[in-house]
Write a protein that binds this ligand. Structure first.
Ligand code: SF4
Length: 694
């Protein structure tokens, strides 16, 4: 805290929106925030900010905030305000009653990538120690779970390899299925500076994102692939690199598994994996793929940045693996200016995964079936932990419909709006006996809740977020929780009411416990973060001040592992009935399901989701700019206003998902990634028809 004039002071904290993790000074007048000023010493942003972090913080004190705990017997009943003690005692007794009746695996929890590391750690501990099962999952399930899987399998660690600053040393930048200008604006500015200074740009995206043609920037190659064909194009790039002898033999010999490389080399060299063979499926001219592959392999330092356009597919994990294969094959790992860089959508996606919020992993990505890891936590927590993985989010919903899963604790997450196939999620929640929602607002999921526990915004929290470059930064409380309890205190109270005692006096003690039990966090403490500003994990006795670049002298798993990436077309086919493919994304001023940004002045910039449609497809259907359009998929239907644009290619339509009334996820399907169940949000076969105003 820095004192300024009388009654004025500022508090350094971290933005609660995207995975860039910009540092801010919250400037205060007495107890009120008057402005958020980007922090010059913030390593992720160096004094820059975007329209979300800088201006869209007013939701924290919006009139819609719920500040009193509430309960009701049935979801058709009105809410009744109660004391914290009554709400927590009621939730705990319902959880225990349901477990006594239906077994200990009949309840579980969802944690949020919007919450702090300390909050996420505590919820997974509550599930494992107080619920006595592994039924905990994070909203990272529906965004970057394939990143966790794919990078762990190939490189050995479920995280990006670089710092954001590293892009300044890149000669070739490949952006795959990401739109940094809208999704990660402050990093996009850094990337654009490098591009304007002469770095080459390859974009793989079905849509013409801003980077393809922005002032003073032109993509050298825009591989405008059809949605669902990432693996085909990435494997075709590898085919060119292998068959034209452009791979880095020395790097592979020294750093990678010999037999795995030989198998992969034989696989990608097959004629079936050539750009020519895959052109019909992907829609990308073979000559473009060949030119892009040569540029990536021979253009100097080459860095790949990717987003949800890679992961949210039925082959999301395969695509992440294909990206890691490309980086290893060309030796573009282990130094500045290169690497494999997932652009995380939310502020703490990385941290939520690091904290053991998955049903199969304890903190630090240690599998629950591993006896040594389990015993470490059992000893520290004085409980026994089940060795079998628990339920993932979609499994919880399926189990709810078959009657074996009966209660959910949902912290900071709104699956009704954010998960695919809304009708399915609603039916599952309606089938449960007890849904406990902890949130700032009465969100769409709260319509199915029996207990509502008021949550706290980032301005009311002490803790840490971990951004997309593994950077752990402090979040500092600038005002007391409006509801009187911080989120970690609520989880702790629930645990105590369930009979598993937790005693922390401050989130710093939770981080101390994380550090004791997690080797990659062993050197992290609030004191050190206060001293150094931020730390990139791994941070331990080998790297006490953190690790900016990973895999420098060797891969975390020892030798890098090439893996076969067989392209399997998605089940979501276009047909005569559903001839177009819908894909989704975000805009700069709004954020995800919009719970926060919709409650700020940012609605002046974007106040409804629109459907982008190519002029050719619009004309065929008699649709003009601004018309209302009915969209039907195999899962459901909704209505959006048309925006006719050549940004999308013929046969492809595109929308955002920031407004609940647009119902984007009413039409997305149940298809998901084969390895992680990450939903295939990015490919939905649809048909359109012009309709009167809804
Ligand atoms: Fe916040 Fe991301 Fe914008 Fe930075 S770039 S201010 S972290 S939303």
């Amino acid at each position: 805290v820095i004192a300024k004039g009388q009654g004025e002071h500022s508090v350094t904290t971290t933005c609660a929106y995207c995975g860039v993790g910009c540092g801010f000074k919250a400037e205060m007048q007495g107890s009120e925030v008057v402005r958020m000023v980007p922090w010059k010493d913030g390593r992720a942003n160096e004094g820059h900010a975007c329209v979300k972090g800088r201006f869209a913080w007013g939701y924290a004190t919006h009139a819609d905030r719920i500040t009193k705990p509430m309960i009701r017997a049935k979801i058709s009943d009105p809410w009744r305000e109660v004391s914290w003690e009554e709400a927590i005692a009621h939730a705990a007794s319902e959880f225990r009653r349901i477990q006594d009746k239906h077994g200990r695996n009949s309840i579980g929890a969802l944690v949020s990538s919007r919450c702090t590391n300390e909050e996420d750690y505590l919820v997974q501990k509550l599930v494992r120690a107080a619920f006595g099962n592994n039924n905990v999952d994070t909203c990272a399930r529906v965004c970057h779970s394939p990143t966790g899987y794919g990078l762990k399998q190939t490189l050995g660690e479920s995280a990006g390899t670089q710092t954001f600053k590293s892009v300044e040393k890149a000669d070739v930048i490949m952006v795959v299925g990401a739109n940094p200008t809208d999704g990660h604006p402050v990093f996009a500015s850094r990337m654009k500076r490098r591009l304007r200074a002469g770095a080459k740009l390859i974009v793989l995206d079905p849509r013409e994102i801003d980077l393809v043609k922005s002032p003073h920037i032109r993509a050298d190659h825009h591989l405008k692939l059809r949605p669902g064909t990432n693996v085909a194009v990435l494997t075709a790039l590898a085919h060119v690199i292998v068959t034209e002898g452009l791979f880095n033999e020395r790097f592979i010999a020294e750093r990678c598994e010999k037999q795995a490389f030989a198998d992969w080399r034989e696989f990608v060299a097959r004629p079936a994996n050539s750009p020519e063979a895959l052109e019909a499926d992907s829609g990308v001219p073979a000559a473009e793929v060949r030119a892009a592959a040569r540029l990536y392999a021979t253009g100097g330092n080459a860095a790949i940045y990717y987003g949800l356009g890679v992961t949210e597919h039925s082959q999301g994990s395969t695509a992440v693996i294909a990206i890691a294969n490309l980086a290893m094959a060309t030796g573009n790992v282990g130094r500045e200016g290169v690497g494999v860089n997932p652009l995380r959508g939310q502020n703490n996606v990385q941290g939520s995964c690091d904290m053991g919020s998955f049903p199969h992993e304890l903190p630090g990505y240690r599998h629950v079936s591993d006896t040594i890891s389990r015993e470490l936590f059992e000893h520290a927590w004085n409980v026994s932990i089940q060795p079998e993985p628990g339920l993932r989010i979609p499994n919880m919903f399926e189990a709810a419909l078959d009657g074996s899963f009966r209660a959910l604790y949902c912290q900071g997450e709104d699956p009704v709006q954010s998960d695919p196939n809304t009708q399915h999620v609603q039916a599952a929640l309606a089938a449960m006996e007890c849904v406990v929602v902890q949130d700032l607002f009465l969100n769409e999921t709260a319509k199915f809740a029996h207990v509502f526990l008021p949550g706290s915004s980032f301005l009311e929290k002490d803790g840490t977020f971990t951004n997309a470059e593994r950077r752990i930064s402090r979040v500092r409380k600038v005002m007391p929780p409006l509801a009187g309890k911080a989120d970690w205190e609520v989880t702790m109270a629930l645990s105590n009411a369930l009979g598993y005692p937790m005693h922390y006096e401050h989130p710093s003690q939770i981080m101390d416990e994380i550090a004791r039990l997690t080797p990659t966090f062993a050197g992290v403490s609030f004191d050190k973060l206060d001293r150094l500003g931020s730390l990139q994990w791994p941070c331990n006795e080998h790297s006490p001040e953190g690790t900016p670049t990973m895999h420098v002298d060797g891969f975390v798993r020892g030798k890098g592992r090439f893996m076969i990436t067989q392209y399997v077309p998605t089940d979501e086919k276009v047909t005569r009935k559903f001839p177009l493919l819908l894909t989704t994304g975000r805009v700069l001023s709004q954020y995800n399901v919009g719970a926060q940004t919709r409650r700020t002045e940012n609605v002046r910039f974007y106040d409804e989701d629109k459907l982008e449609i190519h002029p050719h497809d619009a004309e065929e259907r008699g649709i003009r700019e601004g018309d209302w359009v009915g969209i039907q998929s195999r899962a459901g239907d909704t209505v959006l206003r048309a925006k006719v644009t050549t940004r999308v290619q013929p046969g492809v339509v595109y929308t955002t998902f920031h407004f609940p009334e647009s119902g984007a996820n009413v039409i997305t399907t149940d298809n998901s990634d084969w390895a992680t169940n990450c939903p295939e949000y990015k490919v939905t076969a649809v048909e359109l028809v012009r309709v009167d105003q809804p």
